[in-house]
Design a protein around this ligand. Sequence first.
Ligand code: N5F
Length: 415
Amino acid sequence: MQTPWDTIFAARTQRITSSAIRELLKVTEQPDFISFGGGLPAPEAFPIAEVAEAAQRILREQGTQALQYGATEGYRPLREWVAAQMTSEGVPTHIENVLITTGSQQAIDLIGKVLLDEDDSVLVESPTYLAALQAWSVYGARYLEAPADERGMRTGALKKLLAQRPKLIYCLPNFQNPGGVTLSLARRRQLIEQAARYGTPILEDDPYRELRFEGAALPRLITLESARQEQHTAPYNGNVIYASTFSKVLAPGLRVGSIVAAPALIHKLVQAKQSTDLHTPTFNQMLVYELAKTGFLKRHAKVIAKMYRERRDIMLAAMQEHFPEGVRWTHPQGGMFLWVTLPEGMDAGELLKTAIAQKVAFVPGAPFHPNGGGANTLRLNFSNATPEQIHTGIARLGLAISEQLGTHSKALAFA
Ligand code: N5F
């Protein structure tokens, strides 16, 4: 007898859904397809020669260690590097504050695993990173939404929301995914202050920080919060959980990220990670460390930011040229995404069908809204396509929007 799989899945699998981004990746693999969908780095920016050279050196000099199991906490020199980095940014960080993760996606998942009980709520920006929602929904999370505008999460709404006692606040302060917006300094301060009042932890998810195109960098939430702590020596013991990743400044295929947080939380996260994957690949961690310790990654981030800035500018100009009136979009100061709002009543999911027929894709905005809404919004990635593809792709998309808009206004006229 064949196993009836559908009938034996655990009850929680009903809450496991597939990511709109991952699903889209399959469609966009066709030739001549232009994708503004997934947040993929520009392949031209991968430092292949440097990685090859470091890999050979590691295998030659530390080959047995590189290929062996390692500690769940992570490769010690890389943890020390992260700690030194954060300390220099005003957060007194000890190695016991640091956990190396398999990408920051794992950080998000592990945090859900150790903090969220069924029906616990998480306060999120709206819209927010859909794969965080996807991860936490499995643990039975519910969501409270603080809407975001051009200056990030609207902190005016916080008091009322925090009174509902969410377990966690999830915030993406820099070049937010999906909005592309950056949390202002005043709002950063308000967020820290309000969260401290209730003792609510904040997960600061910050993968795009190094990819700033213009303007001065704003302090991290963890840095602002650390300054408020009574204790100014390591280990850091505050309420902010800082998640970072090497995916955007080096390569996502290596799957290396990090968490900096209070030792008591790190300890629990380590236990949770043990049963998940034992540890992040040793070889990959050593590679990251080799490229980080020399300052190469810092310099390389600047090269990437320059490339993405050019792509953002091309996309903004092309949208100005090709998008019909009534369509609005954000102007990110960095990162990889911008956010488009179509005229009220239009449906980005419907638009995607027309767009795919014209060989261009984006991620519809609805899945970034945990409690519904956002049907007329969409996310565009500008890092992965070449300048030529951006020109062509935005022209195709403009045409698709105009077509849809025509049908839409006709439908309205006849209604
Ligand atoms: O560190 P890593 O590679 O696991 O990145 C996860 C992650 C965590 N937090 C935020 C805010 C992110 O934007 C990401 C990466 N997100 C990309 C996206 O398109 O939204 C990558 C998804 C790529 C994919 O699903 O193939």
